[in-house]
Write a protein that binds this ligand. Structure first.
Ligand SMILES: Nc1ncnc2c1ncn2[C@@H]1O[C@H](COP(=O)(O)OP(=O)(O)OP(=O)(O)O)[C@@H](O)[C@H]1O
Length: 303
């Protein structure tokens, strides 16, 4: 379990992480979401003791990371897949990591196999694609067989097959009872990956909920109806308390009534319907509107 209490990090005038309190539970995949510059990497670095908090605390299973003598065996992390020595082979890189952390050398081939890099194990990392480097970084995180795992933007550069694989891996790690925290700046990535999400913007907590809770709270539900008589339908639905928006032509958007209720009302008032479709706005758009105020650089804004 990771527990962050009023965690704050300032760089001069910039407040990178601002009074952040959250808990990451074992047995779940937790998505750590926020737009660019929200403070995700800074938070992960503080969890790992690489940056010291300005104030507040963060512990891993009750203890600050820096007080763990065998850190990598307790917390495995992928921070920056590009940050590797290109001249080494994948196997040599992992072997050095294992030696430095007193991890049995037999783990090297085991994790290379786990991430699908056995065939590339002898090749120079400098020639690896970003996707292969992500796999290698994930292998490094798994090396110490740790109960807590942190991944910073691990889906970057992976092809669709790689994304599916990594989701399956995170699910498996969580089902083994591990604590799995995965950062991303895209809700669409986390929607099919995480059980819970923690959303931050400008260093502050915006949401902390299960995916289902987040969806119920923030994703708006609506019904699209096509009818040859939109004016008549609008009058009936408004009288029932719905809010109705005419989309032009036969299309009408309705919120505040279920599709079933709209169908019943149309039938009762002898209004012909050609289409009746319930839909939920995407979690991505809910995430974007929640974090709109925290986006550091808007498209078109001079940088
Ligand atoms: N070493 C540093 N010195 C000064 N400012 C920093 C430093 N590290 C981070 N920041 C600032 O802190 C804020 C949070 O940055 P951070 O990298 O943690 O965000 P992030 O959510 O990981 O973003 P991204 O998705 O772009 O990696 C940004 O405004 C960033 O410019």
């Amino acid at each position: 379990m990771i527990e962050s209490t009023r965690l704050t990090k300032r760089y001069g005038d910039t407040v990178a992480v601002d009074d952040l309190t959250f808990t990451v539970e074992p047995g779940l995949v937790t998505g750590f979401l926020g737009p660019n510059g929200a403070g995700k990497s800074t938070t992960l670095r503080m969890i790992l003791g690489l940056n010291a908090p300005t104030s507040g605390t963060v512990t891993v299973d009750g203890v600050p990371f820096t007080r763990r003598p065998r850190g990598l065996r307790h917390v495995g992390a992928l921070l920056d897949a590009q940050d590797v020595h290109g001249g080494r082979s994948a196997r040599a890189h992992l072997a050095a990591l294992a030696r430095g952390n007193r991890i049995p050398p037999s783990r090297v081939d085991a994790v290379l196999r786990d991430v699908g890099l056995t065939k590339a194990a002898g090749r120079r990392i400098g020639g690896f694609s970003l996707g292969m480097k992500q796999r290698l970084g994930i292998a490094g995180a798994l090396l110490g067989d740790p109960p807590v795992l942190l991944f910073d933007e691990p889906l970057n550069g992976l092809d669709p097959e790689g994304v599916l694989w990594v989701r399956g891996l995170f699910r498996k790690l969580a089902s083994e009872g591990r604590t799995v925290l995965v950062s991303s700046h895209m809700m669409a990535e986390m929607e099919h990956t995480a059980d819970r999400i923690i959303v931050i913007g400008r260093g502050r907590l915006i949401a902390d909920a299960s995916l289902a809770e987040f969806s119920a709270r923030h994703a708006s539900r609506g019904v699209t109806v096509h009818t040859p008589d939109p004016a008549a339908l609008e009058a009936v639905l408004v009288a029932e308390g719905a809010s109705v928006q005419r989309e032009g032509g036969p299309a009408v958007s309705v919120t505040g009534l279920t599709a079933a209720r709209i169908g019943d009302l149309a039938h009762r008032h002898r209004i012909v319907l050609h289409e009746l479709a319930a839909h939920t706005s995407s979690l991505e758009s809910a995430f974007m509107s929640l974090t709109a105020d925290s986006v550091e650089y808007l498209a078109g804004e001079p940088r």
